[in-house]
Design a protein around this ligand. Structure first.
Ligand code: UDX
Length: 447
């Protein structure tokens, strides 16, 4: 009989995973402890903007016309425990308030709520990003508290999905990593992922700590690449070099690669910043903090870029205070194709200028509601053109396609001064210059 799958936690990761599992043909039950989330999902609505996710969900949620009916939602742990053979834990692990370490309370409480309902053989699969060593601890907890005892096994299967590509990354992962302790667990996970494996996704089998470390080390590597190129941007500015050319040239070396070498205001979001901090905190607990001291530097190079953008803006406005200056900010989300503003470099820059007396007007294609609730005192406009109207300087801070397609001549008519700063190295400098704009980008020469 086909496996039955449950997904605990229906945020970014869980909602996508649940819909993807239904797409792969499994019967799926999703659980969340927030009633509003469950109500929305039952109606086929996604609580965030993610391309393709709502369509995928609507194709499978029971009760929606024309759906396969393979995906259902519940708030009842007993129902979930009875239903599933394989239980995926997809709750979030945010940074602890006032600390670097990650907050495991949602994972711990999910496992504690599930355990008493595991009466027969079951596999619990952790997907959340956790400090190395957690899987060991949780496996022992399950064996002790589940009525099934040792038949309630644990596996760790980190998730690498990127926001904006969540559906594609989940259905066609570039690798599947499973930390397992038994042949039975491996076999079950091979069954779950049979379709992507047949399509060619590599299936990497490891022990628990390696699986946990794969995730945090992958994110640390990506963060390092970005901060590396931003450090080179600082050197380019000091020497008159061009970081975009430099990135292109070093990127042709296959060993380096061209991806994730776009200099600018740096990384943000719900993952990279908190993951590298939690990794440092965990290394400290393990007595291996020296191994990760470089991540402290990666973090500080990254945070420094936001301040550099503010200073570049100040320079372009004549060097004095921001008082009386109108600043248009294009972009609020931490990356394009997402409405996520968590730790967004764009909003951080906008906020700093605002707090220093600048009159900031923000426009973002999808992130307006989230930006408004996080930063209600900023000005907001309904379009890029409206944001730019009357501005003394325009800051491009999130690289949405919509901004690359803007007509610099039309914007030039609306702006008070034709000065644009590209904080993402993504605009066509020549096109803007031709339209009479003074164009500056981080790590690149001249106006
Ligand atoms: C990241 C990982 O990529 C993903 O594998 C993991 O599962 C979760 O964390 P995500 O948070 O969606 O995914 O963002 P990502 O695409 O990695 O971008 C992170 C930040 O880096 C963004 O703010 C982006 O603008 C910035 N970035 C990215 C750069 O500044 N330069 C680059 O060259 C690439």
């Amino acid at each position: 009989m086909a496996l039955k799958i449950t997904v605990i936690g229906t945020g970014y990761l869980g909602a996508t995973h649940a819909a993807a599992m239904a797409e792969l043909g499994f019967e799926v039950m999703g659980l969340d402890v927030v009633p509003e989330k469950i109500d929305k999902l039952r109606r086929g609505e996604v609580p965030m903007y993610e391309p393709g996710l709502e369509e995928l969900l609507r194709r499978h949620v029971a009760g929606i016309e024309g759906s396969t009916g393979r995906l259902r939602f519940t708030m009842d742990w007993a129902e979930l425990g009875d239903f599933g053979d394989v239980h995926f834990v997809c709750v979030n692990t945010p940074q602890r308030h006032g600390e670097y370490a990650c907050d495991m309370s949602y994972v711990d409480s999910a496992i504690a709520s599930l355990a008493p309902h595991l009466k027969g053989p079951a596999l619990v699969v952790g997907k959340s990003t956790v400090p190395v060593g957690s899987a060991d601890r949780l496996a022992a907890y399950l064996a002790e508290h589940a009525p099934a005892g040792a038949d309630a096994e644990l596996a760790w299967n980190p998730e690498f999905l990127r926001e904006g590509f969540a559906v594609q990354d989940t259905l066609h992962p570039d690798r599947i990593v499973v930390g397992v302790r038994s042949e039975r667990s491996e076999k079950l996970l091979r069954e779950v992922y049979a379709t992507p494996v047949e399509e060619g996704s590599p299936f990497v089998v490891t022990d628990f700590p390696t699986a946990e470390l794969v995730k945090t080390s992958a994110n640390s590597f990506l963060a390092t690449k970005i901060s590396f190129i931003n450090a080179m941007a600082e050197l380019c500015e000091a020497t008159g070099g061009d970081v975009a050319k430099l990135a292109e040239a070093i990127g042709y070396d296959d060993r380096i690669g061209r991806k994730f070498l776009r200099a600018g205001i740096g990384f943000g979001g719900g993952c990279l910043p908190k993951d590298i901090r939690a990794f440092m905190a965990r290394a400290g607990e393990l007595g291996a903090d020296q191994a990760l001291t470089f991540l402290r530097e990666i973090d500080s190079i990254n945070m420094r870029q936001r301040g550099r953008m503010v200073e570049l803006t100040r320079q372009e406005l004549g060097g004095g205070p921001f008082l009386g200056k109108r600043v248009a900010v294009l972009g609020a989300t931490f990356k394009p194709d997402s409405d996520d503003v968590r730790d967004s470099p764009a909003l951080n820059v906008a906020g700093q200028i605002h707090l220093q007396g600048g009159q900031v007007t923000v426009y973002d294609p999808k992130g307006m509601d989230n930006a408004r609730s996080l930063f209600p005192t900023l000005g907001y406009a309904d379009s890029a053109l409206e944001a730019v109207r009357g501005a003394h300087v325009v800051l491009h801070l999130t690289e949405w396609r919509e901004f690359r397609e803007l007509d610099p001549a039309e914007l030039g008519e609306a702006a008070a001064e034709r000065v644009v700063l590209d904080g993402r190295n993504a605009l066509d400098a020549e096109a803007w210059r031709r339209a009479g704009w003074r164009f500056r980008a981080m790590g690149r020469p001249g106006a």
